[in-house]
Design a protein. Structure first.
Length: 224
């Protein structure tokens, strides 16, 4: 048989019973203090070894060769796409007047003599793409001033807009997507209102002239 052992729990009302230990555990609030980690001193190298410079130069040249190869492959792919379009008898993209209203408006501005702006041919697509690429922001390049500044201060780290003020490193301002100038909506609305009034002015004058003639014909008094 299993041996059983009687266990008694002291209640608060019992003589000698107390929940002080349990109360201490429930209400315990540890004191947490921040201890700063030890700082490690970093020593910059006194000089740059020639071996490291040679390795960096070789890596840079390999990167340039790889980019040149990528450009050649892109040109070859473009040539094959052009040949396939010609062999297929051309390519036309049909636009939806409701969903593609902005694209159709751009087609009208780019090709004002086009009869049907809801259709984009392959040649028109390439022409528009070429126009966008020509107006795109130039990719960041290392200038002579940057090289001289790096030679004067080898530990310079403020490249790539690091020292710009907050809010200046925005993709919509620095990326090629900003090649198309934004529209000043306030100026656009004012110009649109003036243009609309100029179109309506002849109609308003004709209507006023008709009303004057009608008044003179039906008025009980004699015209002056």
């Amino acid at each position: 048989m299993v041996r059983k052992k009687d266990t008694n729990f002291a209640l608060p009302n019992d003589v000698g019973g107390s929940f002080e230990e349990e109360d201490f555990i429930l209400n315990y609030r540890p004191t947490i203090e921040f201890v700063e980690p030890p700082q490690e001193a970093y020593e910059f190298p006194e000089e740059i070894s020639v071996e490291n410079i040679d390795n960096l130069r070789d890596r840079t040249q390999k990167l340039i060769n790889g980019l040149d190869t990528a450009v050649k492959l892109a040109d070859l792919a473009q040539k094959r796409v052009d040949e396939r379009v010609v062999s297929a008898g051309g390519f036309i993209s049909q636009l939806d007047p409701v969903k593609d209203a902005q694209v159709i408006a751009a087609m009208k501005r780019r090709f004002p003599d086009k009869t049907d702006p809801t259709k984009i041919t392959y040649d028109e697509y390439k022409e528009a793409l070429s126009c966008l690429q020509q107006s795109a922001v130039d990719a960041p390049a290392v200038s002579t001033e940057d090289i001289k500044a790096a030679q004067a201060d080898p530990y310079r780290t403020d490249f790539g807009g690091k020292d710009n003020q907050e809010g200046q490193n925005r993709a919509e301002l620095s990326s090629p997507a900003s090649s198309v100038s934004p529209i000043d909506l306030e100026a656009f609305q004012k110009a649109g209102i003036l243009a609309l009034f100029a179109l309506m002015l002849p109609l308003i004058k004709i209507e006023d002239t008709k009303e004057v003639v009608k008044h003179l014909a039906t008025a009980p008094h004699k015209p002056a």
